[in-house]
Ligand binder design. Structure first.
Ligand code: URA
Length: 433
């Protein structure tokens, strides 16, 4: 087989065979197809797309490019969750403990953040002592004892995606539905769970800027999951406005703990209850119609917060943060942003808020950046809320006060106040089964 022939075929809108896709992925992973040929193929896929079958075959070939986790040492149905990323998205920290409190098993691998979206691993590492790198035995023991564990991605999981993503990033070929879907689903399939819930976000702070694009991505990923024999569902949720009121690692852990105690912001609580309830249905632990009340009960009766503390203990962290959040890192300096005029907040650019938080030290502009765990933003007002001139809109946190002016400027650029009351943002656009 010659790569040039496959590029030619795809360029003309042809359909690659399973054999061709497997050959291309394994040769590329082994370094026998040069980056320039793979770049041409990626661009051809961007323009010509892939059929449903090709996309599923590409995903499975990528999954098989490295290690595939065998979770059979954990009895019961293992359920995973993946979010396509957003600002203030701390749902894993809430949803996984709820599911564990209801009898589910969540053996999860998560990533670090780069740019305006924070990663779950970074948030967890803001908890003193918390280890996101566990041996296989430690990981299994934590899930068997606590019902959940969250670790960073292990060394050789889907090496094809690491190479492909690095190439896509520098060849303007990230935004192709078959390429995004195969990238995400190959990692989820390699992570070994029996059931997968996808939280596909749409809006200014998300990869998918429109609801239609988010729905297409959700449908594509659910079909891949079906093809691979995994129970898969997707929930399409709003990321036009940051989720909850906290943006930044330790600030988000604090808000997650409040939510686990039933004292969280309404939007965050609603999204988490919806996601957890779908995971309970996928795991066979709840019937349709009773799953949401089961999830809400775990928040009210304290069992979800207990599961979170148990996971922190099992992963070497200080579980005392759950009863005393002042044990979490805090920033030394704060800045207050006040409203220059009265009216309603009509728009908040979630990506801009995420960038402001990154400028404070909460996110990475490059892989090498060191995080300031206490840094971030507390949104006192959000889209749809009324403000009077002089009201506090947000509080900025950082350990380096030199960072405050640029972050304030970015924040102000990201928010619009109008004299008309806007519609309240939709939280959940739908579920794809
Ligand atoms: N997240 C991924 O893991 N891969 C993509 O291609 C896009 C988002």
């Amino acid at each position: 087989m010659r790569m040039v022939d496959l590029i030619e075929k795809k360029k003309r809108g042809g359909t690659l065979t399973e054999e061709e896709i497997r050959w291309m992925i394994s040769e590329f992973t082994e370094g026998r197809i040069p980056d320039y040929q793979m770049s041409a193929m990626l661009m051809a896929i961007c323009f010509q797309g892939m059929t449903e079958t090709e996309t599923a075959q590409l995903t499975l070939a990528m999954r098989d490019s490295g290690d595939v986790m065998d979770l059979s040492g954990i009895p019961g149905v293992k359920v995973d969750k993946h979010s396509t990323g957003g600002v203030g998205d701390k749902t894993t920290l809430i949803v996984a403990p709820i599911v564990a409190a209801c009898g589910g098993k969540v053996a999860k691998m998560s990533g670090r953040g780069l740019g305006h979206t924070g990663g779950t691993i970074d948030k967890l590492e803001s908890i003193p002592g918390f280890r996101t790198s566990l041996t296989r035995e430690e990981f299994f023991r934590a899930v068997n004892e606590c019902g959940l564990a969250v670790i960073g991605q292990t060394g050789n999981l889907v090496p094809a995606d690491k190479k492909l993503y690095a190439l896509r990033d520098v060849t303007a070929t990230v935004d192709s539905i078959p390429l995004i879907a195969s990238s995400i689903m190959s990692k989820k399939l390699a992570a070994g769970s029996d059931a997968i819930l996808l939280d596909v976000k749409t809006g200014s702070g998300a990869f998918m800027k429109t609801e239609a694009e988010a729905r297409t991505l959700a449908e594509t990923m659910v079909r891949i999951g079906d093809h691979a024999g995994r129970r898969t569902e997707a929930v399409i949720t709003n990321m036009d406005v940051p989720l909850g009121r906290a943006v930044g690692n330790a600030l988000e852990v604090r808000e997650a703990i409040a939510t686990l105690k039933g004292e969280g912001p309404k939007d965050l609580t609603k999204v988490c209850v919806t996601l957890a309830s779908r995971m309970l249905v996928l795991s066979g632990l709840a019937e349709e119609g009773q799953a949401e009340s089961m999830a809400e009960r775990a928040l009210k009766n304290g069992t979800a917060a207990e599961r979170f503390a148990a996971m922190i203990r099992a992963q070497g962290g200080d579980p005392g943060v759950v009863s005393d959040v002042t044990k979490l890192p805090a920033a030394r300096c704060t800045g207050t942003i006040t409203a220059a005029e009265s009216g309603w907040i009509s728009h908040m650019d979630a990506e801009g808020i995420g960038t402001a938080s990154m400028l404070l030290g909460a996110g990475r502009a490059t892989k090498e950046d060191v995080l300031d765990y206490g840094a971030g933003i507390l949104l006192v007002k959000k889209t749809g809320e009324k403000v009077m001139a002089g009201d506090t809109l947000a509080i900025l946190y950082t350990s380096d006060k030199e960072r405050l002016p640029a972050a304030e400027e970015k924040f102000r650029e990201s928010i619009r106040i109008s004299d008309k009351e806007p519609d309240r943002p939709v939280l959940i656009y739908g579920i794809v089964r």
